[in-house]
Design a protein around this ligand. Structure first.
Ligand code: ADP
Length: 667
């Protein structure tokens, strides 16, 4: 028995010693009676020194420890009271104080047994977690705030870009309108008999005017790229001939300066490529223009070679080299920045604003290309850019060939000019009469419509901003109410993309920006008159028949339905139900560039032309639209063709409605 008790006691002792938490027994007087190894470790005091000392002294807050101890006696126990034990060398251990009284055989209280659970590590982790949580909450708050700020700054930035765009657009309009008259009349007067001094002064006016327009265009271009509004066409064009035509523009200047122009063209480049020829011209014009400007002797070389020939696209490098003044090495890296010129002398000696290369770089990069420059002072410079162009089997669009010489003049042409500003009216009269055209003027849209109803014109030149009825409203009326397909060319002083798209959307065929370039005006007039001419042929000679006579002819339908009015009515109703949604789909698909949907809508509409006896020219037109959409070619023409189709279908629906009413009256 004795042995068992001894064993039990040893067993209990080893358990007590094994505990990592301090275990202490205290007398009713508060003196330490016994403790385990963990207590020694945490206080740093040996067993003999601890025994019999005041238990409270080892806590950082002895008074609090005393109170807790008293509470144990009062209540019989205390659970998880947080206190801190101090090591003799200062290290602190956070503990949860758990105590309960223990009694003797007679039930008398002998003392208190205490377990002080070490929670330092747990508290540390909890504190860290709390800190992390607070930090995370703070971070979320900051992120939220930053997002709100970013959102509001995006809104502010977007608004700023919009108002900048609006401001530039307004300024461009305000400056271009008077410049149109200044440059236009200067050109007109330059053609009259003048003495040398007068010629010199007028040439100076013209040069300054031209420079101002270049500057306005440059600033507008930069603003457009900034605002992400620069759009690029993907039309088929002939690279070699388009570049040759453009280089002709430099011939006079190059001859005057006694320079040589060398053109090296890689013959393996496919003849027709798809891309944006207008922007490509703009890039090359700028680079060749600089090469000519900064070279006084030697040659300008344009080297065009294919650097990659993929299944779908080709990469082409255009290198423009000169033997001119060169650019100092320390200026090379900034030469593509806005308003940068190589030296402070450049502007005085050569003019310019330092915007050209910035625009060139933006134009190249916005189309996925790269541009580099190599230059040596007094030896010359080479600007090279590489751009990808899609391969295509499509035909080229005549629009890119803008040389006057290739056009056949057309006689007896009557042009209606819709323009409210007297100076511009006079300028247009001078230009058009010089081309040999007859012209008539309408001061606003309303008068234009009256004149179009009363007279026969071949083409309309339409200003956009006018009192009473503006150019957009007038065109909509001409297309939708008068159902006329007369070519309409917008004259715009505001060349932001928004306006151009709006012109197409209302059914204009083309646009020319002011100040009007007389060569461009002539070539555009000829182009649309030629179009109209060929349409005339398809339209079985009678142009007016299309506009004034009925567009439907129910002969076919009568035959098909064997003159059964009920069946005829049914087919007409079907046509009236199906056609407008198909037209809406076509228009939507065109604007969204959803070519498959456009092609399928046109495909569905094509058979209805012959069934309703609509002039076969429109069936051809529909097939042409289908062809364009199958080849995924978005040109200015396509929008106009869809509008023409919409007009004729609308007219057919109206006429069919009348036919239906007649059937009803007769049955
Ligand atoms: P601008 O010609 O209107 O000053 P650019 O942006 O086209 O503006 O050119 C910026 C500057 O780069 C020019 O002012 C000129 O100092 C330098 N530069 C451009 N092209 C050439 C070149 N071919 N030869 C020498 N310097 C050039």
């Amino acid at each position: 028995m004795q042995t068992t008790t001894k064993q039990e006691s040893q067993y209990a002792r080893s358990l007590i010693e094994a505990s990592l938490d301090p275990l202490i027994t205290i007398s009713t007087k508060g003196k330490i009676m016994d403790m385990n190894q963990a207590t020694l470790n945490i206080t740093g005091i040996i067993r003999e020194q601890l025994t019999g000392t005041d238990f409270f002294d080892y806590f950082t807050e002895p008074e609090k420890a005393r109170d807790v101890y008293k509470e144990v006696f009062a209540k019989g126990f205390v659970i998880d009271y947080p206190l801190t034990l101090r090591h003799k060398e200062g290290k602190l251990t956070e503990v949860l104080f758990n105590g309960s009284i223990y009694k003797g055989d007679k039930g008398n209280v002998l003392g208190v047994v205490i377990v002080a659970r070490d929670v330092t590590e747990k508290n540390r982790i909890a504190a860290e977690l709390l800190e992390a949580k607070v930090f995370a909450e703070l971070a979320t708050e900051i992120a939220e705030e930053a997002r709100n700020k970013a959102e509001s700054s995006t809104l502010i930035a977007e608004a700023a870009v919009k108002s900048k765009q609006q401001f530039l657009s307004n300024m461009s309009h305000e400056i271009r309108t008077p410049m149109n008259a200044i440059i236009g009349f200067t050109k007109v007067v330059l053609k009259t008999d003048l003495n040398d001094k007068q010629k010199e002064y007028l040439n100076a006016i013209k040069t300054s005017g031209d420079a101002l327009i270049v500057l306005i265009n440059d600033i507008l271009d930069l603003a457009k790229v900034d605002a992400g509004k620069m759009t690029f066409a993907h039309v088929p064009f002939k690279l070699a001939s388009s570049i040759s035509a453009m280089l002709h523009l430099f011939e006079t200047k190059i001859q005057e300066k006694n320079l040589t122009l060398v053109k090296i063209f890689d013959e393996t480049i496919p003849e027709v490529l798809a891309g944006d020829p207008v922007r490509l011209h703009q890039i090359i014009l700028n680079l060749v223009g600089n090469a000519v400007k900064f070279t006084s002797e030697g040659k300008i070389t344009i080297n065009i070679r294919m650097v990659k020939n993929d299944a779908e696209y080709v990469s082409i490098e255009f290198a423009i080299s000169d033997t001119g003044i060169g650019i100092p090495e320390n200026k090379l890296e900034h030469i593509f920045d806005d308003f940068q010129q190589a030296t402070s002398e450049t502007s005085r000696l050569y003019g310019g604003t330092g915007l050209g290369l910035a625009i060139v770089k933006q134009l190249v990069e916005a189309q996925g290309g790269t541009i580099t420059v190599k230059s040596k002072l007094r030896e010359g410079s080479t600007f090279s850019f590489v751009m990808n162009f899609l391969k295509t089997n499509a035909r080229t669009n005549v629009e890119t060939d803008i040389t006057i010489e290739s056009q056949n003049p057309i006689n007896n042409i009557r042009i209606l000019v819709v323009e409210d500003i007297a100076l511009n009216q006079l300028l247009m009269r001078t230009l058009l009469e010089e081309f040999g055209f007859n012209m008539d003027i309408a001061c606003n849209g309303k008068i234009a419509i009256e004149k179009l109803k009363a007279n026969d014109y071949d083409i309309v030149l339409m200003d956009l901003q006018m009192p009473e009825m503006n150019g957009f409203e007038t065109t909509e009326y001409i297309r939708n109410k008068m159902n006329s397909i007369i070519p309409i060319i917008a004259l715009t002083a505001d060349v932001t993309t928004v306006d151009v798209e709006k012109c197409r959307a209302v059914g204009m065929n083309d646009y020319i920006s002011k100040p009007i370039d007389d060569k461009l005006l002539y070539s555009k007039l000829i182009k649309h008159l030629n179009h109209k001419d060929s349409e005339k042929k398809i339209n079985l000679q009678q142009k007016n028949a299309l506009q004034q006579a009925k567009c439907i002819d129910l002969k076919q339908l009568t035959q098909r339905t064997k003159s059964n009015p009920a069946l005829m009515s049914e087919m007409i109703v079907l046509y009236q139900e199906q056609t407008p949604p198909l037209i809406s789909t076509m228009k939507r698909s065109f604007f969204e560039k959803d070519w498959d949907s456009l092609s399928s809508a046109v495909h569905k509409i094509i058979p209805s032309f012959s069934i309703m006896g609509i002039n076969e020219a429109y069936e051809h037109l529909a097939k042409k639209i289908q062809d364009f959409s199958n080849k995924r070619i978005q040109t200015e023409e396509l929008g106009g063709m869809i509008v023409q189709l919409e007009n004729i279908c609308q007219q057919a629906c109206n006429e069919l409605e009348e036919e239906l009413n007649t059937f009803k009256r007769n049955t």
